[in-house]
Design a binder for this molecule. Structure first.
Ligand SMILES: NC(=O)c1ccc[n+]([C@@H]2O[C@H](COP(=O)([O-])OP(=O)(O)OC[C@H]3O[C@@H](n4cnc5c(N)ncnc54)[C@H](O)[C@@H]3O)[C@@H](O)[C@H]2O)c1
Length: 295
């Protein structure tokens, strides 16, 4: 079987660990050459792991416009072109409640998660147009950009903005053959949550492992998500298999955004049982119209 990214040149922001690292790993195995842009010097380890002819690390802070511009220029200089831009870098950012909103924290979160991706489109788009052969931009959002309750408002709003950004990008860039799509991960086992829980880096692996069962138990498919699950979806959008797909968001979440978190049958059954007891009604106190949830 031919490799799905053979001959393609890609940038993956936030590629030093977690989901980004999973994307780099899959992209390389599918034939791409990859530039990893990250604030963490851990990205340099990937260059050693895969070899400098396959992976190049460039320190880049996606909250800085000039870093994003330099990252694209570096990629073109190092590997000759850019075919795939993956806007993945992120963190949970400001976690204040709306009524206590930290306005500066909100700005920083939107700068990290939304402005960075818009600028990624700007510089990758310019490069791809100059090359004249189109390209693919894939942005990593979140189920928090689709449903509320997974994170705080700053993160949710920034991640939701990415869904519309891909549509705006489609409006402007599709005539140049540039596609823009979004992957929205569910609960994925990466250090992002360890960071916010203030776990020591040497305990990340142990902590992440401890989340496997709880993440799986609340996910309809009854398994926790892994970086590879997200990488497979990013690969689809990046590859020519998605040649006619743009402006779309794909939730890769084991079903989390497809089902309600509310046990409506339980709510009705409890009310019915109380009603039966109060009124002396001699009827079944369980309605059969929904299967009982066992979370
Ligand atoms: N893990 C999850 O459950 C989950 C769920 C939904 C969405 N996401 C999203 O997936 C993406 C990757 O998250 P992850 O779980 O792999 O997190 P992670 O913390 O494991 O990795 C994030 C990477 O981004 C880098 N990064 C952070 N700020 C940066 C900056 N300013 N410039 C450049 N690089 C920067 C970090 O150094 C790190 O290598 C993020 O956008 C995140 O919001 C994650």
């Amino acid at each position: 079987m031919s490799r799905r990214l053979e001959g393609k040149i890609a940038i993956v922001t936030g590629g030093a660990r977690g989901i980004g690292e999973g994307i780099v790993d899959l992209f390389v195995s599918e034939g791409a050459k990859v530039v990893v842009g990250d604030i963490s010097e851990d990205g340099a380890a990937l260059e050693h792991r895969y070899g400098a002819e396959h992976v190049a690390f460039k320190r880049a802070d996606v909250t800085r416009e000039d870093d994003i511009e330099s990252l694209v220029a570096f990629c073109a200089a190092r590997f000759g072109r850019l075919d795939v831009m993956v806007n993945n870098a992120g963190a949970l950012g400001d976690q204040t409640a709306l009524l206590e909103l930290d306005a500066e924290g909100f700005n920083k979160t939107v700068t990290l998660l939304l402005r960075s991706a818009a600028l990624g489109h700007k510089y990758a788009g310019r490069q791809m147009i100059a090359q004249g052969q189109g390209g693919s931009i894939v942005t990593v959002s979140s189920i928090a950009g689709i449903q509320a309750g997974w994170s705080a408002a700053s993160y949710d709003a920034a991640k939701a903005g990415l869904v519309q950004l891909a549509r705006s990008a489609t409006y402007e860039l599709a005539p140049n053959g540039i596609r823009s799509n979004v992957v929205a991960p569910g609960l994925i086992l990466t250090p992002i949550i360890a960071t916010v829980c203030k776990i020591r880096p040497d305990q990340y692996d142990e902590f992440i492992e401890s989340l496997e069962q709880p993440y799986g138990s609340v996910t309809p498919l009854r398994r926790a998500g892994h970086p590879r699950d997200i990488a497979e979806a990013v690969l689809y959008f990046a590859s020519d298999y998605a040649r006619h797909v743009t402006g779309q968001t794909l939730a890769v979440d084991g079903g989390l955004t497809s089902v309600t978190g509310i046990d409506i049958a339980g709510v009705v059954n409890r009310a019915l049982e109380a009603f039966n007891q109060r009124t002396g009604r001699d009827e079944a106190s369980e309605v059969g119209w929904l299967p009982t949830r066992h979370n």
